[in-house]
Ligand binder design. Sequence first.
Ligand SMILES: C[S@@+](CC[C@H](N)C(=O)[O-])C[C@H]1O[C@@H](n2cnc3c(N)ncnc32)[C@H](O)[C@@H]1O
Length: 334
Amino acid sequence: MNFSTAWLTTNRTCNNHCTWCYAKNTLGNSQIMDFENAKIAIKELKKRGVKRIILIGGEPTIYPNFIQIIRYIRSNNMLVSIATNGRMFKDMRFATEVLSAGITTIDISLKAFSEEEYKKNTNSYGLEEMLRGYSNLKQLGFKPSISYVLVNNREETIDNLINFLLEKDISQISLQFVKPILNLSGCELPMDLTEMSSLVEIIYNKMTNKKINYSIGIPFPLCLIDSNILTHLIRERRIFNCCHVPKGSGINIDENFKIIPCNHFAEFPFSDTPIDFSNEKALDNLYNTEIVQHFKNLSKCYPAKKCQTCNLWSQCGGGCFTYWLSLDPNDYIR
Ligand SMILES: C[S@@+](CC[C@H](N)C(=O)[O-])C[C@H]1O[C@@H](n2cnc3c(N)ncnc32)[C@H](O)[C@@H]1O
């Protein structure tokens, strides 16, 4: 098995506790990725064609070997990115050290537009720290990307977001919709697919009006969006689909070296046995098991018959697989 991108969950510990976090049930887990084994895994990923490693958590910037792991990945000629809440970059010395270790991209997730709202959403006061971190990185000549997860369908949220971006002079935003939190009894659906599609129309109108540079990850079938607006969104290249699952181009490794289908399956590894990366057959053996093959087949299939003849299929892929664990695609797909 070869991959182009790998996600490493370095730790589940976090300095925030976001109410919508797909990994919220794992945050009490203090297990961290063993650095010596991580190095073995990184070497094996390199052999398997991986070009970019994304460090994720929990919060990767509080991983004890954070600087060392960045250096190690770079010394193996791979790119290294992080998904972070950005708070640790409040410390200019830390920001300088991370940049000099050779980090390639930093994606900072914005959690709220005021300190009170930040506290409500994450159980911490972190907005000022995140903004200081963003400004420190910019001062050092590095431009982090900013992302924001849409967790409600209120028009007011989009107005507040736009005002915040203009006020803080943030010139680009990548938007994502909240995805289900999976658990053994099914999954919690924080927002309905039709609510999301209506919000896309509001975003398009408001962001265009204020000339904001934005992109949106769409986790639902594209046919739910008004066709006129969809044409504009495609033409302006506003839509992205970052899901690697149907393409099989990515691999997600948790802090215990278990392989998870994607980050949203935080508590559901393919197997309870960690991968021993010093055994070069271990990954292939796992990928040949029935459960992995079954998952791969499921994730590639058309969720509804109508999708088979849709000319947007390659861009759309039928939406995020996790929704169809609890919803019937035939009730949604047009
Ligand atoms: C789990 S966090 C880990 C990295 C870091 N601690 C952070 O807050 O960015 C990675 C990203 O996933 C997003 N995220 C968490 N739960 C989500 C959910 N249920 N649906 C969509 N995105 C989610 C976060 O907002 C963040 O942008």
